[in-house]
Design a protein around this ligand. Structure first.
Ligand code: GTQ
Length: 345
């Protein structure tokens, strides 16, 4: 194994100039950058976004920029490793906080990336996906998969805020990111599938031969049921820890092709010390307080805050109060690449 690879500076200037003119470059000076030994060297750094600090900025955006001038009124959470204005929170995950004021609508469009909304505050917001009207209550997880028409509306009286998570960085990297605009959708006059077909875990509509389920059969995961399930599960688990993955109720697969979502509960006084994972992650706090340590950086988190962890990060989540979080990660993508890894810490 070569210890020290040759550098660009060691090469004669005329040779370097001729390579540049020919549109080629030597691999060896760049070899360790693209294939570091043993583990990746992430650009992503742990990030922390205090909701109480961002909330006034969001509200000011509501006063400064009408939704018609924004299409989506969003403040993007930029990865500290990439700097202010970065349109990503980790290599693969985009996060933004979206504000909708009472009576506003955000126009219908469809795009190649998939999105998920986690409702942060406010009542009366809704998203229409493929004609299905999905109510948005605090903590709910609402899918708008790539290729599905969606628009947002607000029938309540107070501002509504939700966290958007998109696999936009991947589509952008693939030069595959684009949107198409359209008129607001006609809404089906019935509750969403989480309240009709998939009201109870373990039960799915019985089908006739050839009657296939929709690719995305359930697009809203109500928080109330998620919290109840975590609490019940934690009562019978060492340390009051429980984790539940959001899955497609027809197939048991991850809800989206590239992004995964895991609801977590950490009991007061307990700590979660997961293995080092090859997936990057964002943690959104639904309830509770605690201290996160990510690669040695200490983050004091409270309700509605969001923080991120790069790939293979050493993560400790210590709860001071019973804490409920949703972890957004890219393990489904890594699984599909035959790559996902975990290492003991
Ligand atoms: O609500 O459709 O944060 O298209 C970024 C792009 C939200 C949305 C974002 C989007 C949306």
């Amino acid at each position: 194994m070569a210890e020290q690879l040759g550098t660009l500076e060691e090469l004669p200037q005329d040779y370097r100039d001729d390579m540049t003119a020919a549109g080629v470059a030597p691999l060896w000076p760049m070899m360790r950058n693209v294939l570091p030994h043993g583990a990746p060297r992430p650009v992503t750094r742990p990030g922390y976004w205090n909701y109480q600090a961002i909330r006034p900025l969001l509200h000011r955006a509501g006063a400064l920029t009408p939704v018609e001038k924004a299409e989506r009124r969003v403040l993007v959470l930029s990865d500290p490793g990439r700097g202010a204005g970065a349109m990503q929170a980790t290599a693969s995950i985009y996060l933004g906080l979206q504000l909708l004021l009472p009576g506003e609508t955000a126009p219908a469009h469809v795009h190649t990336p998939s999105a998920v909304r986690i409702v942060v505050e406010g009542k009366g917001g809704y998203t229409v996906v493929d004609g299905e009207k999905l109510p948005m209550e605090e903590g709910d997880l609402v899918l708008t998969p790539g290729g599905e028409w969606h628009d947002h509306g607000h029938e309540g009286t107070e501002p509504v805020v939700w966290l958007d998570a998109l696999d936009l960085p991947l589509f952008y990297y693939l030069e595959g990111s684009y949107a198409t605009e359209g008129p607001l959708q006609a809404q089906r006059n019935r509750p969403d599938a989480s309240q009709v077909e998939y009201l109870s875990s373990g039960l799915a509509p019985s089908r006739k031969l050839g009657g296939a389920a929709r690719r995305y059969p359930m697009m809203r995961y109500p928080w109330g049921r998620t919290e109840a399930a975590l609490t019940e599960m934690a009562a019978y688990t060492d340390g009051g820890l429980a984790e539940l993955d959001y899955v497609n109720p027809e197939t048991g697969a991850d809800v989206l092709p590239t992004m995964g979502f895991t609801a977590m509960r950490i009991g007061a006084g307990q700590a979660d010390r997961p293995p080092l994972r090859s997936s990057s992650a964002a943690f959104h706090v639904i309830k509770g307080r605690g201290i996160a340590t990510i690669n040695g950086e200490t983050i004091t988190f409270g309700p509605k805050d969001t923080f991120t962890a790069p790939v293979f990060a050493e993560i400790t989540l210590a709860a001071e109060e019973d804490a409920y979080l949703v972890r957004v990660h890219d393990r489904p993508l890594q699984d599909k690449l035959g790559y996902y890894e975990e290492r003991a810490r």
